[in-house]
Each structure stands twice: as C-alpha cells, then as structure tokens.
Design a protein around this ligand. Structure first.
Ligand code: SAM
Length: 347
C-alpha cells in the first residue's frame, strides 16, 4: 500500500538555470534565507536555512511559512515556474502503485525529473494523458489544476496536487520557427499573449487592432503581431528586418519611444486609445515604470506588455511598485532571461 506523509513548507521549482535568481528572490523579496558573499554568481550566492534542500532545480523549504506570501499580495516567487504548495512524500512499492495513488488525488500530474527519468516516464504513462510536448502557438492555457511530482529514489516521491500553475511543471514550450521571425524574442511575446489571455480573458491582437511597440528592432514581436493581423507602430533607433519595413501594416519610426507622447501615438495610429502598448526596451526599470505610469495616467492604452530588464541585482522594492499597478500581473516567462514581464489589463 502506498503511504502519504504530509510535509510542512513549500517546494519551489526554479526555471532552468535560474536557481540563483530564485534564491536571491526568496531572500530579497520574501526575506527568506540569507545572501552570503561568493565569487561565483554575480558576486552573490545563497545559503538556504539549514533544513532546505535542492532536488535538481526544486528547492524544498520545510520552514517556509504560507503567511509569508500575504506580505506580497499572495504572489509566489517569479523565478519559480511552479510551486508545490501542499507538499507530501509518497512511498510506494511499484510504478502502478505510485500512479494509482496520484490518480486517486486528482487527474492531472506532471513530472519534474532530475534523475530516474525512465522510472518517472513509466509512472507518467500510467497516469491520465497530459500534453508534455512542445506546443504550436497559439495555445490555450487550461485552468484545471496541475499536480507536480519528482522521484527522490525509486520508491519515494515528493509531490503536491496543489501548485500555482496549470501548465506542466509551470512552463510553456513552443515549437520554434528558425526561419521566419527576425529574432528569438518572438517567443516572449507569444508566451506573454498566451498568459494575458489566460489571466484577463483578452483575446490576441487581431486585424484592425492598433499596437505601439517601443524598441521593436529587429522585429520578433512585430512579426508576431503582424502574423495575428494587427497594425503596428514600431519605434526604435534602428530599422526592422526588411520584410517588416515593406509591410504596409507596419509603420516604422526612428525615434526615442519614451519621448513620444501618448496623444501623438494615438493620433499617428488614428485612434483614441491603442489596443496594445508593448515594450522590450533595455532601460532602467525606474524609467520604464515612469513611462508606464505616463500611459496609465493618459488612459490611452487598453492592454500593456513590457519587459522589465534588470540591471545587476534586482531592486525588489521597485518591482513591488510595478506590482501595485491595478489589474497587473508580473511574471517570469519561460522565455525571459534575467528579466521579468509585466502584463496590465487597463480596460
Ligand atoms: C531587446 S531589443 C528588442 C527586440 C525586439 N522586441 C524583437 O522582438 O526583435 C531592444 C531594442 O530597444 C531599442 N531601444 C533602446 N532604447 C530605446 C528607446 N529609448 N526608444 C526606442 N527604442 C529603444 C534598441 O535599439 C533595441 O533594438
């Protein structure tokens, strides 16, 4: 008979290669753990409290109190793709027993494995089907609960039915197009738009919709917006890829995007309010926040998606200012690197 032992605390699954950013966030944003000097990662590395342990990219923190989230509006760490919110240990004798025990709790379970891959895939095969393949954009993000498990040894797993993402292991992975988009940044806007729709119920940009994109060169985001049929005012100091420069639905302007007034942009796009305001500009987060507030005060944009690029260590109090914007969500995308993304639904 499989046996379940409930555990205290939370387990955080770091995005790939983001372990140090996750631990820095736990320390800087949640005041959990402590930062010590180290020569290895940006001059900082993390020493978790004595009882925390890494299982691959999964950090189990038995002493992490759920109440800690209340201070930050219940938002779980951005650099974790998903979290085991009610972790437990499952002890079992066979693959069938493990799968039955999970199935009894809920339908959907995804693996996170850092070892014992073969055994985990045999367990997964006995569970109800979920799509673990790369996905072709556009995708629908489901809203059904998705559990997470990881094998600690061949008869023990760490698992949680309750997680904070409906995606398997909290990540969307798109089929990549290596030929058409002018830059790999197209994946970020595809992921942002998918999340935007899941969070706010707003459909993708479409024909007739007006987008203003700051820092658009070479054009990965513009390419996605055009694939979806929207009109784009693309502003950058450098031109976009030739195919986009020739597109009559792309109006390119060589300009500092931050000095264009919302009214000017709306008049260029012949509308009262633009449908999508987008920025992937590399700038200080404080500058970006000021610009977003300018647009919100002017009430000239319905939906906003901006990359918050970090310069060195993350200024968590400043990120908290972004998080205070009404109807906003801050995320770390699967396709973000040392940056976050803010999504704002301003209708
Ligand atoms: C990361 S790239 C954008 C990539 C683009 N999103 C894509 O999909 O291909 C950032 C761009 O911001 C532009 N940029 C930086 N500061 C700017 C400003 N003040 N106004 C307009 N563009 C700016 C840079 O020239 C650069 O092309």
């Amino acid at each position: 008979m499989a046996q379940i032992e409930k555990l205290s605390g939370i387990a955080f699954l770091a995005f790939p290669e983001m372990k140090n950013l996750l631990t820095a966030e736990l320390a800087g944003r949640f005041d959990y753990g402590k930062i010590v000097e180290s020569a290895t990662v940006d001059g900082l590395s993390f020493t978790p409290f004595g009882t925390s342990s890494w299982y691959g990219d999964l950090l189990y923190c038995p002493d992490f109190k759920h109440e800690i989230f209340e201070n930050v509006g219940n938002e779980l760490p951005y650099f974790a793709s998903t979290c085991m919110i009610e972790p437990f240990i499952l002890r079992f004798e066979s693959i069938g027993e493990a799968a039955s025990a999970l199935k009894e709790i809920q339908r959907n379970w995804a693996p996170y494995q850092y070892q014992l891959f073969r055994r985990a895939s045999l367990i997964q095969e006995k569970l109800p089907y979920i799509n673990l393949k790369t996905r072709k954009f556009p995708v629908n993000i489901p809203n059904s609960p998705m559990g997470l498990y990881t094998l600690l040894d061949d008869k023990t797993m760490l698992a949680s039915a309750l997680t904070n993402s409906p995606l398997p292991a909290g990540r969307i992975q798109f089929e990549e197009d290596h030929e058409n988009p002018p830059s790999r940044a197209y994946l970020k806007i595809q992921e942002s738009l998918s999340l935007f729709r899941a969070f706010f119920g707003v459909d993708f940009p479409k024909e007739g919709e007006k987008c203003f994109e700051a820092g658009a060169c070479p054009g990965g985001w513009t390419w996605v917006l055009r694939q979806l049929g929207a009109d784009v005012l693309a502003v950058d100091r450098a031109e976009l890829a030739p195919s986009l420069m020739e597109d009559e639905h792309v109006h390119f302007m060589a300009h500092d995007a931050f000095t264009l007034k919302p009214e000017e942009v709306c008049s260029l796009l012949e509308c009262e309010k633009i449908d999508w305001l987008l920025s992937d500009v590399i700038c200080y987060p404080a500058r970006l926040l000021q610009w977003i507030k300018l647009w919100l005060d002017a009430d000239r944009a319905k939906n906003i998606i901006c990359t918050i690029k970090m310069q060195g260590a993350i200024d968590w109090p400043l990120i908290a200012e972004f998080a205070k914007i009404p109807s906003s969500r801050i995320v770390h995308l699967n396709y973000n690197k040392h940056e976050l993304t803010i999504l704002i639904h301003n209708e």
